[in-house]
Ligand binder design. Structure first.
Ligand SMILES: Nc1nc2c(c(=O)[nH]1)N[C@H]1C(S)=C(S)[C@@H](COP(=O)(O)OP(=O)(O)OC[C@H]3O[C@@H](n4cnc5c(=O)[nH]c(N)nc54)[C@H](O)[C@@H]3O)O[C@H]1N2
Ligand SMILES: Nc1nc2c(c(=O)[nH]1)N[C@H]1C(S)=C(S)[C@@H](COP(=O)(O)OP(=O)(O)OC[C@H]3O[C@@H](n4cnc5c(=O)[nH]c(N)nc54)[C@H](O)[C@@H]3O)O[C@H]1N2
Ligand code: SF4
Ligand SMILES: [Mo]
Length: 688
């Protein structure tokens, strides 16, 4: 192995990009090898702390199973090692063939959570548009965009990180931030030490719930009823910001009229929560005003009424006057960086981006095609053939719903290229697998909107046989005669210089700023002197945009039809994908020091287990209308999970919960799958 570090001995500061928190880290190098990774004390995101995944990056980059040579699938299904140049020549030739036989839109590109959102995603978007196809997909068909669109509709922007450290009341709606966003939880803990109150709304008693002043063990899928109930009490008790509502909002009368039906009694009947718990939540929210921080977690998006659930949560911040406010929601200025995407010059929106017709909001606000439409498009050649895909940094065979269909669709493609560090279940389906660079093997710009800061990461390592994202897209573009017009930069470093031009800070200066550069100081209460960036310029409780698409203008509550015992054949409610602290979706199960959880389990309440006559650790079959998997039972004591609800984590190859999930039960606005509300049953194995 002749991998080379940028210096042979010393410490290099950079960011950890093993999750979107991007903690500041110091990479320790000795004798040309990375020996240790530690938290960087001076970095504002983490002040020296890291989660266990941070230091484990050493094991990731030097992992013995890492891909180091391109692989080509043979006719017998086995892989043959080939050279990089040959792989790219053949991929380019296959793409030209697809374009000639069908047209450019028969090619698509898909990026996953692993490569990040700013620069690496933009290369992929730029490439596919330069090729002439509008078909760019990402994890945003199941994550983040529904929240983004909901907030965008209400207030014109979305910022995932409220000002936790200065909040007085913090509400987690279906989120477990200590596992999923450690630095955010550290900021929450700072606020708790100053006397803030934490409310956790979750069907499971999570690590966050154990720290909470109030834990509301809600029935899955009913959060909108609870949020409406809070709105009702704030309005009925005159505990809302009347000046904000009168001067800066739109649709309050309609909101107040609709909220009236959400009495604590009605909300209790929907959510399964005690009336005094509902009242206490509203009281804590009212007392915290305006320093109230709401966090709508992924579970809000993974419900059939998810986008509207987030809208009513966003509306609560307006009622509390917690918008653009210290201790509340932050309205950041956008980072002054150049754009790599080609939507201005090559919108291609008339080329039938997949999913645009059925779910226009995702394309309108996020310029994303919808992966919930992709598999059927491939399998049915409808509305047009999609015959080739390049996937980078994603593992949809384990992470997209209805894995059986994903497997079939990917197998039906004429060309599937997968770039990854490992031979994942998705990579195994590819015609070509290309070894990808990890975050320590590239230099890229990151933006931290909640601090209005940008930072450049340092390339620490060159790994033999591996190419970074930019080099890959540029080399492929060259073979398609697209390099000069679209990928003219010879290195990623040159791209970084170009991106930075409007920022008023040179590449050299950025390199020297190990903890980033604040492009503008944070300001609050800007809405008093400038319009909200919504269609009306006001904070919108009602949406004319959604009304125009045939939806209700209010974020109405729709009672879920999936409830414990509501469906005879499938009496349990399966929620999926609760985050493991040391795994990240399908990643890190191959890193020994992170292997604290050895197998997938189905979490179940003790009384439900007893009724089914199943014992802790027993292997059972969990069945849904989509399929079945066999895995071990984990009985939860002390009401750690709500009765009638079961939970299975995602990302396991041997017990892939996405074999159980559905890609047709979708939120009508966002098109997001219902990953937290799947009707299910459990069978004992011996009953076969
Ligand atoms: N270690 C680690 N960190 C991660 C990830 C990872 O895989 N591992 N993934 C990252 C990604 S991409 C994302 S999107 C985030 C997600 O981060 P979070 O949004 O914090 O998601 P979870 O940690 O899964 O917590 C979701 C909680 O919602 C609960 N829940 C399920 N259904 C409902 C419901 O209907 N209502 C309510 N109120 N609660 C419900 C679940 O029991 C669970 O405890 O995490 C990110 N961070
Ligand atoms: N049932 C169920 N399914 C879910 C969820 C759920 O809650 N329930 N959550 C969903 C959510 S919120 C999300 S965001 C998705 C995430 O879905 P994916 O984006 O598919 O997530 P990962 O499993 O993290 O896949 C990342 C892949 O990239 C590879 N990789 C790591 N680093 C790099 C790199 O630097 N470059 C490249 N090219 N590759 C790299 C990893 O080895 C891994 O194979 O999963 C979704 N799936
Ligand atoms: S929370 Fe952990 S994985 Fe995420 S950036 Fe920080 S150290 Fe890395
Ligand atoms: Mo996600």
């Amino acid at each position: 192995m002749t991998d080379r570090t940028v210096i042979s001995d010393g410490i290099v500061p950079t960011l950890c990009r093993q999750c979107d928190m991007r903690c500041g880290i110091d990479v320790h190098i000795r004798g040309g090898r990375i020996t240790k990774i530690s938290g960087r004390k001076s970095h504002p995101e983490n002040s020296g702390r890291v989660c266990a995944k941070g230091p484990a990056a050493v094991d990731l980059v030097y992992h013995p199973e890492r891909l180091r040579v391109p692989l080509k699938k043979q006719s017998d299904g086995t892989f043959l090692s080939i050279g990089y140049e040959q792989a790219l020549d053949e991929i380019a030739a296959a793409m030209k063939g697809i374009r000639k036989r069908y047209d450019a839109r028969a090619m698509g590109v898909w990026t996953g959570e692993a490569i990040g959102f700013l620069q690496q995603e933009a290369y992929a978007r730029r490439f596919v548009h330069a090729f002439g196809s509008p078909n760019y997909f990402s994890a945003e068909s199941v994550c983040y965009a529904a929240r983004h669109i909901a907030y965008q509709l209400v207030q014109g922007y979305y910022n995932a990180c409220p000002d936790y450290a200065n909040a007085r009341t913090i509400v987690f709606w279906g989120a477990n931030l200590g596992h999923s966003h450690p630095p955010y939880m550290w900021a929450v803990e700072q606020a708790l030490r100053k006397g803030a109150r934490l409310i956790v709304i979750d069907p499971r008693r999570t690590a966050a719930a154990r720290k909470a002043d109030l834990f509301l063990q809600i029935l899955p899928g009913t959060d909108a009823a609870l949020a409406w109930g809070v709105a009702h009490l704030l309005i009925a008790d005159s505990q809302y910001d009347k000046s904000f509502v009168a001067n800066y909002s739109l649709g309050f009368e309609a909101l107040a009229a609709y909220a009236a039906r959400f009495t604590p009694e009605y909300v209790a009947s929907q959510t399964g929560l005690p009336i005094d718990g509902i009242r206490r939540l509203a009281k804590l929210v009212a007392e915290g005003r305006p320093r109230v921080a709401h966090y709508a977690g992924i579970s809000m998006e993974h419900q059939s009424n998810g986008l509207n659930t987030v809208r009513i949560i966003a509306a609560l911040a307006g009622l509390c006057g917690a918008v653009d406010q210290a201790g509340g929601d932050i309205w950041p200025q956008v980072a002054p960086l150049r754009k790599l995407t080609l939507y201005d010059s090559h919108p291609l929106s008339d080329q039938g981006p997949i999913g645009q017709q059925r779910f226009p909001a995702l394309y309108h606000f996020r310029k994303q095609c919808h992966s919930m439409e992709l598999m059927d498009t491939i399998l049915d050649n409808n509305p047009y053939p999609l015959r080739g895909m390049i996937i980078t940094g994603a593992n949809p065979v384990l992470t997209n719903p209805n894995a059986g269909k994903v497997h079939k669709a990917l197998a039906a493609l004429d060309l599937l290229v997968v770039r990854d560090l490992f031979l994942t279940p998705t990579a195994k389906q590819a015609s070509y697998v290309l070894p990808a660079a990890s975050f320590l093997e590239r230099s890229e710009l990151h933006s931290f909107p909640h601090r209005q800061q940008i930072q450049l990461t340092t390339k620490i390592l060159d790994v033999d046989g591996v190419t970074d994202e930019y080099t890959f897209w540029r080399d492929l573009a060259e073979r398609l005669d697209l390099k000069d017009p679209y990928f003219p930069w010879s290195t990623e470093e040159e791209v970084n210089g170009w991106l930075l031009e409007p920022a008023g800070v040179s590449l050299e200066k950025m390199k020297a700023l190990a903890d980033g550069y604040v492009y503008a100081p944070l300001e609050f209460n800007k809405y008093r002197s400038q319009p909200f960036p919504t269609a009306s310029g006001r904070f919108e409780f009602t949406s004319a945009y959604l009304k125009g698409l045939g939806h209700s203008e209010l974020p109405e509550y729709v009672a879920p039809d999936v409830k414990p015992n509501a469906q005879k054949a499938y009496p349990l409610v399966l929620i999926t994908g609760a985050r493991y602290p040391l795994y990240y979706h399908s990643r890190f199960r191959n890193i020994k020091r992170l292997q604290r959880v050895k197998r997938a389990v189905v979490e179940i309440a003790a009384p439900d287990a007893m009724a089914l006559d199943i014992t802790d650790g027993e292997q059972v079959r969990v069945e849904t209308r989509q399929g079945a998997i066999v895995l071990a039972v984990q009985i939860c004591a002390r009401s750690d999970i709500r009765a009638g609800v079961i939970q299975i984590g995602h990302g396991w190859d041997e017990a892939n919960v996405n074999l159980l999930t559905d890609d047709t039960d979708l939120d009508p606005i966002s098109g997001y799958p219902n990953l937290k509300l799947v009707p299910a049953r459990i069978r004992k194995l011996e009953s076969d």
